[in-house]
Ligand binder design. Structure first.
Ligand SMILES: Cc1cc2nc3c(=O)[nH]c(=O)nc-3n(C[C@H](O)[C@H](O)[C@H](O)COP(=O)(O)OP(=O)(O)OC[C@H]3O[C@@H](n4cnc5c(N)ncnc54)[C@H](O)[C@@H]3O)c2cc1C
Length: 391
């Protein structure tokens, strides 16, 4: 069997893995990314990101990977009459995730990092609290990799994360998305969200115009199957969909239960969906997972350069991530738990009380205390939501 020693082995070329590689490859060390699939971004995705995502991931906005600019979002209450509007010029984008990941990959390669596609990790050895060797099937040939550090960014079914880390609280919800071409939307720069127990139980349904006459229509639910609710929505809105054709479909799961308490063991770090680093209320993970990869990549590289590979040193990644992003994930989870059991009438009421800014704060876990204080003035929302947010 071929054998290869590397400083840092990164498993998975999603937003977390490639961001880790981009950061680590800035140093004069040996970085290898292995990706099981023959292409990037084969998992379905709504592909909605904020403007800050690109800045934070070290990318300049480019038509190469931006499908559509987003200036407005509308969150519809269950009665479909009340809604909250969020307006901001240049607030975000619908990206072409595969193209965006290709862009990051090319930056990694320019820095001297290597990326192998069609190369799943099929096995690894955990000895004396370290990953000693990783077996990769590179285009059908087994290769034994001897890494100093492994950063596992291999998504929801991560071999490393499930084998070695405690998954208490980790919750996967079903999500599916259709892509339609030829669907007429009122404004192609507005993304729309629908909530309600009859529309998307304890989750939401989205309609994201992608430009080029295409729209992504998807749903995530909790405690209920996703597909029948999406089919019902499409049927109820058949006027909109009647001239459109389905050109894509995908289903996967999103971890919305918050991040794993521990994300470093020995010389192993885990990032992204594998570590539950998604913003729970929105289900968005490109930004938060990418940042985790970025921090882990830098800390791993510093450990190599300074000859300090140890669990203690690598734990700096957990501390740094938790300072801002860990807190946001925690607060967004709190908001999700506060809202999940509201009745449709209560959700209708909530839509009348909240502003766009409140929704952004709640969903992203940014300033939930401010929203809580506002809801304290309302007789029902005070006990149903505000107290939980303040707890
Ligand atoms: C339907 C849907 C819609 C979504 N919409 C949005 C959205 O609009 N905006 C947003 O921000 N987020 C969205 N998300 C969430 C977002 O896609 C994820 O949180 C994000 O992609 C996580 O990045 P990651 O790198 O951790 O994992 P992933 O993107 O899952 O990447 C993991 C990679 O590891 C590879 N891999 C797995 N096992 C192995 C192995 N054994 N060996 C080698 N490679 C392996 C996989 O092939 C994959 O490429 C959505 C998710 C879903 C399912």
């Amino acid at each position: 069997m071929k054998e290869l020693s590397v400083d840092i082995l990164i498993v998975g070329a999603g937003p977390a893995g490639l961001s880790a590689a981009l950061e680590a490859s800035k140093y004069d060390i040996n970085v290898l990314v292995v990706e099981k699939n023959p292409r990037f971004a084969m998992k379905p995705c709504g592909e909605a990101v904020s403007r800050a995502t690109l800045d934070d991931l070290g990318l300049k906005p480019s038509r190469k990977f931006i499908r559509n600019d987003i200036h407005r979002a509308i969150v519809y209450a269950p009665n479909l009459k009340d809604y909250v509007e969020i307006k901001e010029q240049g607030a975000g984008y619908i990206i072409d995730k595969e193209e965006m990941l290709k862009e990051i990959a090319s930056l990694v390669s320019r820095n001297g990092g290597s990326i192998w596609i069609q190369s799943p990790v099929v096995d690894f050895t955990w000895k004396k609290g370290q990953v000693n060797e990783v077996i990769v099937l590179r285009k059908g040939e087994r290769v034994r990799i001897l890494p100093k550090i492994v950063i596992a960014c291999d998504g929801i079914s991560s071999k490393f994360s499930w084998k070695l880390f405690d998954h208490k609280g980790y919750e996967l919800i079903p999500t599916i998305q259709y892509i339609y071409r030829g669907m007429v939307v009122e404004d192609e720069h507005t993304i729309m969200f629908y909530v309600g127990n009859k529309i998307a139980p304890r989750g939401y349904l989205w309609v994201f115009p992608r430009g080029n006459d295409e729209v992504g229509v998807g749903i995530g639910t909790r405690g209920a199957p996703a597909r029948p609710f999406l089919e019902k929505f499409i049927y109820k809105n058949k006027d909109l969909f009647s001239k459109a054709v389905e050109v894509g479909y995908g289903a996967s799961a999103v971890p919305v239960g918050g991040q794993l308490k521990e994300r470093v063991k020995g010389n192993l770090m885990i990032c992204g969906d594998a570590a539950g680093q998604v913003i729970p209320l929105t289900g968005g993970g490109i930004h938060s997972c990418g940042i985790a990869g970025k921090i882990a990549g830098r800390i791993a590289a510093e450990a190599i350069i300074n000859d300090k590979v140890s669990q203690d040193f690598l734990k700096r990644y957990e501390v740094e991530y938790d300072r801002y992003w860990g807190l946001r994930i925690k607060q967004s989870l709190k908001a999700l738990k506060a809202i999940e059991n509201l009745t449709d009438n209560e959700l209708n009421e909530l839509a009348k009380l909240l502003t766009g800014e409140d929704i952004i704060n709640l969903a992203n876990g940014i300033d939930i205390i401010k929203v809580a204080k506002k809801l304290m003035k309302h007789p029902i929302m005070a006990t149903k939501i505000a107290l939980r947010l303040l707890s």
